[in-house]
Write a protein that binds this ligand. Structure first.
Ligand code: BGC
Length: 786
């Protein structure tokens, strides 16, 4: 009787496409389901439902028309057993689904929230959780089940094309930001997929690059961010990356997805591949990569053959099936949630506007911001002032209903702008964009490879328009102030090039000329950066009066910028990565692809080549990523890690360290607002180990951070940060252990990595924790050493 019921219910669920009004709160008896599944069904079940029009040989970003059009993929339904398909959709700056459906008048726009880098720049985990909760509501109300986000890979080089989706060069910031995001999204009863696990730090040849990383750098840097997030937030799923690490595809690495992720960290959810990632379906199953997305016939064959030939034990396949069943059981679709297709887009516009303003980083301010109430009329330069970039391209894009440009943002707040400039720019941008589009279309006709590049790569931005000095002089006479916006657009499949990091000749000239003419007219100039990753600033930062890094701030971007410019919101973001003087100063720069063919086809997948930084990449800088390198080797930077100004200033007093129990250190400090404006301060706690040079440890490492509430002038707050002794460990490869050397440690409380305000010391006992000796490099690396 019971059995009949299950079958009947399953039929209802799946025949109706598990529509909004079906329900199944009873849970899945996985043992029973497994007993009734044939091997063929099991093999189908652990791969997705495929992607129409794609054989798995070409580059893709996920797109399906099943259930929720435009979502990245769906799981395989088991109609006769009552197991519905669930919907997986990107991530991370909001839900990515199609905004329009054929034959349907309704629209399905999603809120374009700020990019990951901006969220990390808030250093405000409570705020990030709120943003996650808003994103999760859209996931749930549009009928999706798992959001393919957050993306937590370490910013090893400023040139990685997907850095905008990522959080930081530091694993603590990346890990804590991810954990907050996951908690927020999952508070809606929908899942996340933390990605790309792991070592996906470049886009060039991403399906086939072998990242050669020491066990120490893996443990301390590249896996650490995932470890923190997994332990602090239990994402429902983890997405393995496309690349190899030390000779093994991550999705085929049992050491990574079982030994480390599950056995050591206690991950309880399911693991899925990135879209068409990895090569050998049977091996992926054996490794514990439970689900292959979006799924292709070859993988099905491979899994069935692996079982039949004894390469894959049925017990292992059953284990994976069971994990996917457990995942499905938790989803709104299985539970019959009646989604509305009407998330609260108005409320979410307010969330994105406010969070974007909080993550903007004020890099320079010579008495110009917040704008004086006398400033009314603004001259706007730079194409992106008029055509604001909300986020990057690829799967991290969002189909938004609108983007508020800086022009609109200023107008919305009662400023006037030069109409003449506006007309010239509007015409110029339209012309240039058409030229760019025509060229791309022309190129696409050449061959299949060019067509694919045209489809997936970010389009170039129009070159900046220049003015004569006399034109600028006239414009300066009519304006109270000038803003010059510089834009950058990057995305999946391709890394940025050094010329994208540098200013173009036209950009440099525009800044020079505008500053020159406006300063002569005693008017100030602000440079606004509408970018997804750092750019060169050292050579020109002296010129303008203020520089505000607005990042790619989502669909309300222009409003958020003006909230900061006008002083409605005091800037309180700080950089989650170092801004180098030259990109060649970054420790990884000689081991990173420069202007290489991105190789976005998948025909070579699984074949090994020998081109350095393309077929393989040696992470020779080892653990010296970002400030760990710059600060330990005294290399000058343009803006240090953790840097950002406010409209006020803060004083740090009365720092204290208290040992609670044997292994926990509680650090507290009083932060007082000693300036004239209200503001929040981000307080960073670095630790410097004894004899760090001899021990080949960075001179300091971030271990904790916190943000004050908004403090009024004169107001103070005592903030507290906790560090456990185990957080101080370094990974010792010989002993395959986390080792904390006993001795006197310095606890540095700073406003940035290079602005240490208070120093404390504490005696640390020392400890050693053995872990598995796994993921060994395949060759000896010439590692950087202090
Ligand atoms: C990306 C993933 C994304 C997936 C599905 C892949 O190209 O690397 O981040 O989640 O597509 O769209």
């Amino acid at each position: 009787m019971k059995r009949i019921l299950i079958i009947a219910l399953g039929t209802v669920l799946t025949l109706s496409g598990c529509s909004a009004d079906s329900g199944n709160a009873g849970g899945i008896n996985s043992k029973k389901v497994l007993r009734r599944m044939t091997i063929e069904e099991k093999a189908r079940f652990v791969i997705g439902t495929g992607m129409t029009g794609s054989t798995g040989d070409n580059a893709v970003i996920g797109a399906t028309q099943l259930l929720v059009p435009g979502a990245a993929g769906t799981t395989y339904p088991l109609e006769r057993l009552g197991i519905p398909s669930i919907v997986l959709a990107d991530g991370p700056a909001g839900l990515r689904i199609d905004a329009k459906r054929s034959g349907d008048e309704q629209t399905y726009y999603c809120t374009h929230f700020p990019i990951g880098t901006l969220l990390a720049s808030t250093w405000n985990t409570a705020l990030i959780e709120q943003v996650g909760a808003a994103i999760g509501q859209e996931v749930k109300e549009y009928g999706a089940d798992i959001l393919l986000a957050p993306a937590v890979n370490i910013m090893r080089s400023p040139l990685c094309g997907r850095n905008f989706e990522y959080y930081s060069e530091d694993p603590v910031v990346a890990g804590k930001t991810s954990a907050a995001y996951i908690r927020g999204v999952q508070s809606n009863g929908v899942g996340t997929s933390i990605k790309h696990f792991a070592g996906n730090n470049q886009e060039t040849n991403r399906m086939n690059n072998d990242a050669h990383i020491s066990q120490r750098a893996l443990r301390e840097i590249y896996l650490k961010a995932f470890e923190i997030a997994v332990k602090e937030s239990q994402p429902w799923t983890v997405m393995t990356s496309y690349n190899y690490i030390n000779g093994v595809y991550t999705s085929e690495s049992k050491e990574l997805v079982t030994t480390i992720l599950r056995d050591e960290w206690g991950f309880e959810g399911a693991v899925m591949t990135d879209w068409y990632g990895g090569k050998d379906g049977g091996k992926q199953m054996w490794a514990g990569n439970d689900m292959l997305q979006p799924g292709k016939e070859e993988q099905y064959d491979s899994i069935v053959a692996a079982v039949k030939k004894g390469r894959l034990d049925m017990v292992e396949l059953d284990r994976n099936v069971e994990r996917v069943l457990r995942l499905i059981e938790k989803t709104p679709r299985f539970q019959g949630y009646k989604f509305s297709n009407k998330p609260d887009l108005t409320a979410h516009a307010a969330v994105t506007r406010q969070s974007a303003a909080e993550g903007m980083v004020l890099l320079k301010n010579n008495d110009v911001l917040p704008l004086d109430s006398k400033i009314k009329h603004v001259a706007l330069y730079g194409c992106t002032s008029y055509d604001f970039i909300a986020g990057g391209t690829g799967s991290g894009n969002v189909n938004h209903a609108y983007v508020v440009s800086l022009l609109d943002g200023l107008k919305n707040s009662g400023y006037t702008v030069s109409e003449n400039l506006k007309e010239r720019y509007t015409r110029y941008i339209a012309e240039k964009k058409k030229e760019i589009k025509d060229k791309i279309e022309e190129d696409a006709k050449k061959d299949a490879q060019s067509a694919m590049l045209a489809q997936f790569l970010p389009h170039p931005l129009p070159e900046e328009m220049l003015f004569t000095n006399s034109e600028l002089t006239v414009q300066a006479t009519g304006a109270d102030l000038a803003i010059v916006t510089l834009g950058r657009l990057s995305g999946e499949f391709i890394d940025r090039s050094p010329s994208d990091f540098a200013l173009s000749d036209a950009e440099r000239k525009l800044i020079e000329q505008v500053c020159n003419v406006y300063h002569k007219a005693h008017k100030q100039v602000i440079v606004l950066l509408n970018i997804g990753g750092s750019i060169e600033t050292a050579s020109w930062k002296e010129l303008p009066d203020a520089i505000l890094c607005a990042w790619q701030a989502g669909q309300e971007g222009g409003n958020s910028v003006v909230d900061v410019l006008s002083g409605k919101q005091s800037p309180s973001g700080k950089l989650p990565m170092t801004w180098p003087v030259n990109f060649t100063d970054v420790a990884s720069s000689s081991n990173f692809p420069i202007d290489q063919d991105p190789r976005i086809d998948m025909f070579s997948q699984g074949k090994t080549g020998n081109v350095r930084n393309v077929d393989y990449t040696d992470y020779e800088e080892d653990i010296y990523v970002g400030y760990r390198y710059f600060d330990s080797f005294d290399v000058p930077v343009s803006y240090p890690f953790g840097y950002g100004l406010s409209y006020t200033t803060f004083e740090y007093n009365n720092a204290k360290i208290e040992q609670s129990g044997e292994k926990t250190f509680k650090v507290s400090v009083q932060v007082r607002n000693i300036g004239k404006a209200e503001g929040k301060e981000i307080v960073q706690l670095y630790v410097s180990a004894p004899d760090n040079k001899a021990a080949n440890k960075p001179v300091k490492e971030l271990k904790a951070y916190t943000k004050t509430k908004s403090l009024k002038p004169g107001e103070q707050q005592t903030v507290e940060m906790t560090v456990n002794e185990s957080d101080l460990a370094s990974f010792n490869e010989e002993e395959s252990s986390w080792v904390v050397k006993g001795g006197s440690y310095r606890f540095l409380i700073g406003a940035s990595s290079q602005d240490i305000r208070q120093t404390l010391t504490a005696q640390v006992q020392g400890s050693k924790t053995k872990v598995h000796n796994v993921m060994k490099p395949v060759k000896k690396l010439n590692l950087l050493h202090r």
